[in-house]
Design a protein around this ligand. Structure first.
Ligand SMILES: [Zn+2]
Length: 522
């Protein structure tokens, strides 16, 4: 994840920026002034807020908690007022492109407020509608889902068979939905934890373990981060600043409580880039480092943009950058950086194991990533009646994921509330989009690098042309609509799930063989 400085609910004393002429209707010049003042003040606030959050997360005490909570609450409350203020300028004729876009971003920076005040329900509805239209009224996500659903269906079918073999008919039937509690994750959203149960005989073991390789070559956490940085440098990106190494939290401090959840930061909106991790020498953290640095290099690439454009092109982009680079940790890449001996590169018959392990997380996640916002948007739009909030959740889980709760549920339960993002009002479609986009980015990079061979084996390490094209997209930040940014790197203006399908093609073929003769639906 990234610590989002610019997309936080934004704080500012509105009296400072309201135009003086309250009696007359505001003009385009007033709107320009409002936006300029907003960016100045917000710049100061976001930096202060980032500093407070950094101190809190790397040094947890009752006091740093209290200070962070206070600044956070200030940001939330004032952010709502800011969005409201921006709305007043929206309809002014002849606004410049940037002023119009920045007013939209100010309004869009509003996450959903609790409906405690009069009129809040109406506002919620307006926001929910806007959220939907932001993704083409769900049409984009529906198209993407249709592209990748056949792959999910095969994975579901195969996993159900394996669970049936392990637990028997009384626990998991051969047909119908899968029992949610068997999938190794509290929300049944990613299934990698039960890989042991589904691992194919022989192909499950790829012959090396990245963590063991790192240990045997004497890597420590710093060297792992240096290696991650090396990937980006090989594409032509400048080295990280010296302050990155002085100020980052790369390992867990021995003497105090910290938040270990990995995140990437830009504290001054320029080049005070940092990561915060509790790095251990293992394969997961090696991948996470490549992911987090993706955020940092994105933040730096767009640092010449005005404050309100200091963000990813859309919600999905920021997470997808780090993930697509992390996809490049292929056996071939490990050879190139001297971690793996060339004769240890696993042969093609191990591909199914490699791909299935990834699919259990990345493919299994897709319907869940899709349904969380569908669930909320239906509630905000009034389509889901009060008194059916739990039923609506269970129904969507069955429809999209093909899973059912292990015991009967009713309206005294609120299962959706167990997912942090639902009560926390964190938009969720971004995670669905990021899963799709990372493969689209990866395929674009491999095409630029003129990769020949199975897509999942592609490494574009060291390719300067990929770096230049990638940088063109990253440097745009949020200054243009996301299709413009997507086009700068991939040549396409549409998000597309076919790259993900191409990546998993050998697995799809294999799954179909395994599922032969079975009824693959629920
Ligand atoms: Zn991230």
């Amino acid at each position: 994840m990234k610590f989002a400085v610019s997309s936080l609910a934004l704080a500012l004393s509105l009296s400072l920026v309201s135009p003086a002429l309250a009696q007359t209707a505001p003009t385009a010049a007033d709107a320009d002034k409002f936006v300029a003042a907003a960016e100045k003040e917000l710049g100061d606030f976001t930096i202060f807020n980032a500093q407070v959050s950094w101190i809190n997360q790397t040094y947890i005490t009752d006091d740093t908690d209290a200070v962070a909570a206070r600044v956070g609450a200030q940001g939330t409350e004032l952010g709502v007022r800011y969005a409201t203020e921006a709305a007043k300028y929206q309809a002014i004729p002849n606004l410049s492109y940037d002023t119009k876009r920045k007013l939209d971003l100010l309004r869009g920076g509003l996450t959903l407020p609790a409906p405690t005040t009069e009129g809040a329900a109406v506002e919620l509805n307006t926001i929910a509608t806007r959220l939907q239209s932001a993704y083409g009224k769900g049409k984009v996500t529906d198209k993407l889902w249709a592209q990748v659903k056949p792959l999910y269906d095969q994975l579901h079918c195969y996993t159900r068979t394996k669970l049936n073999e392990k637990y028997g008919d009384a626990v998991q039937a051969k047909t119908g939905p899968i029992r949610a509690d068997l999938l190794g994750n509290m929300w049944a959203q990613e299934w990698g934890n039960i890989y042991e149960i589904v691992a194919p005989k022989g192909a499950g073991d790829i012959g090396y373990d990245t963590g063991e390789l790192l240990k045997s070559k004497g890597y420590d956490p710093i060297k792992m981060v240096r290696t991650g940085e090396g990937f980006y440098k090989s594409l032509g990106f400048d080295p990280l600043p010296e302050t990155f190494w002085q100020r980052s939290q790369i390992t867990k401090p021995a003497d105090r409580e910290v938040v270990c959840h990995a995140s990437a930061w830009d504290l001054d909106n320029v080049d005070d880039l940092r990561i915060k991790m509790c790095t251990k020498v293992n394969a997961d953290d090696f991948r996470t480092i490549h992911h987090e640095l993706g955020h940092n290099f994105y933040q730096r690439a767009y640092n010449k943009q005005p404050l309100l454009y200091l963000n990813g092109a859309n919600d999905g982009f920021h997470e997808a950058i780090g993930d697509f680079i992390a996809l490049s940790i292929t056996p071939q890449y490990l050879v190139q950086i001297g971690l793996l001996d060339a004769d240890k590169v696993p042969s093609a018959d191990k591909d199914v194991g490699l791909l299935l392990r990834q699919a259990m997380d990345k493919v299994a996640f897709l319907p869940f990533g899709l349904l969380v916002d569908k669930y909320r948007w239906d509630i905000f739009a009034g389509k889901t009646p009060i008194g059916q909030y739990n039923k609506a959740w269970t129904d969507l889980r069955l429809k999209y994921q093909g899973i059912i709760p292990p015991v009967p549920r009713d309206e005294t339960n609120f299962d959706a509330g167990a997912k942090y993002h639902v009560p926390g009002n964190v938009p969720y479609t971004r995670y669905f989009l990021a899963r799709i986009l990372q493969f689209q980015f990866y395929k674009a990079a491999c095409d630029i690098a003129k990769w020949k061979g199975p897509l999942h084996r592609c490494s574009f390490y060291g390719n300067k042309e990929v770096g230049a094209r990638l940088n063109a997209m990253l440097a745009m930040g949020a200054s243009k609509p996301w299709p413009d940014a997507l086009q700068a790197f991939t040549g396409s203006r549409e998000m597309d799930g076919t790259a993900m399908v191409a990546y998993f093609k050998p697995l799809m073929t294999w799954l179909k063989q395994q599922n032969k003769g079975k009824t693959c639906n629920w």
